[in-house]
Design a protein around this ligand. Sequence first.
Ligand SMILES: [Zn+2]
Length: 497
Amino acid sequence: MRSLFKLLLLLLTSGFGHLMAQKLNKMPENNISVKEVEAHLRFLASNEMQGRRTGEITENIAARYIAEQFRLNGIKPIGENGDFLQTVPLEVTKPSKSGVITAGEDKLEWGKDFITLSGKNLKLENAEVVYVGYGWIDENHNDYKNVDVKGKIVLCQFGIPENNQPFQNITGSAKKIKFAAENGALALIQIYNLNFPFANITRNYGNERLSAKPDFNAEIPHIWVNSNYSKWISDKPLKNISLDVTEVSKKNVNAYNVVGVIEGTDPNLKNEYIVLSAHFDHIGMGKKYGKITESDSVFNGTRDNATGTTALLMAAKALSQQKTKRSILLLGYTGEELGMLGSRYYAEHPLLPLKQCVFNLNSDGAGYNDSTKVTIIGLHRTTAENEIIDGSKVLGLVAIDDPVPEQNLFDRSDNVSLAAKGIPAPNYSPGLTAFDAEIGKFYHQAADNPENVSMSYISRFCKAFIYSARLIANKAETPIWKAGDKYEAASKKLYGQ
Ligand SMILES: [Zn+2]
């Protein structure tokens, strides 16, 4: 009985596989050649591209390359001036690393006890301080209600109310300068309280850095103080302070997302968009970005993420040659390595209504240690799981789920920018079964060169990504989050269910 059942199952499943393979034969992705994949990959990951660091000319060249490949394939541009580019405004901030703050017996040193994130020079003796809790304003919360901070220094605790995500507390804290400035304060001081040492904060935020340009312009000093001074906000908050802080200089820099559309063929379904995305930036070249050798100083980012970018380029070709029922939005992201700057900007400044974007398949990866597999972060979190599993299987690849859920990879790549808005958004990456030595050898290393990947595997990976996307874009039902997912509430808000 049992073996008969097994045999029947085998016949059924192999029959299905056969049928699917036949279908693929007729699809343009089947004609994608290894040479074509290799050419894109070798260009993007070449030494001449100097590691595609955001804000540098070589990263803009990568954006232009993607845009012109889109043009070649007849993709419709939806960027600025009839082109494929969306400007992502960034700024370089550079603190002058000097100044002093005193309060009673406390004398604070720049870098060790405090840093300035932005603002002009300011010198004040015994200025009045107002403690305002979190210093936060949103729909449910206003720490500035009934307090007058005009002409005073605002003191607050770090982070945002009712949130225990360290990263969100850092980005939220960065936003608070707006509230202080709008309420007429002379400066904002936050008492740092996260578990990472303040020295790390100084290293990351106290040096020259490229970040998103805020959409408001506050000139008042923004200061983060080491948790050693948390007594300043305890039962008897500080009343007066003297400070002498120096300017943080600013310079505008533009980076670019690349955006294009393939219109769907079904009169109704074409109003729904499947977003295919990949970041094309990497970390640059030279020893300030990691370990280099005499013969290799470029962080080529072949795996991370010339591979996903190539998958996006091949998707532009295959999906425009034979169109799908739903429309396709192709999105190349800048700035992932510096904090998902491109995808976060796009999520706040979409070029198509987000509620028409029903699904996002992002491609990004750390590398691969198993070329019989593809690893899908969030595989089982949406109702497109079968399309992804089947679309990969036809190319002989087994789709596996996140092998390291404890690392929360889902929320650490560009897919999260649209996921947090409610759009179901798994990440499609090369076969990774664990963060082992094989991954470590190349991940963010100068050794991540195009010569040491299997071009036939990368080519199969690209086809599997595209074929999975095709199945999703032609699926009768619109894919959604599975019930109970942490982004389900955002999804209901976005799509109005
Ligand atoms: Zn990446």
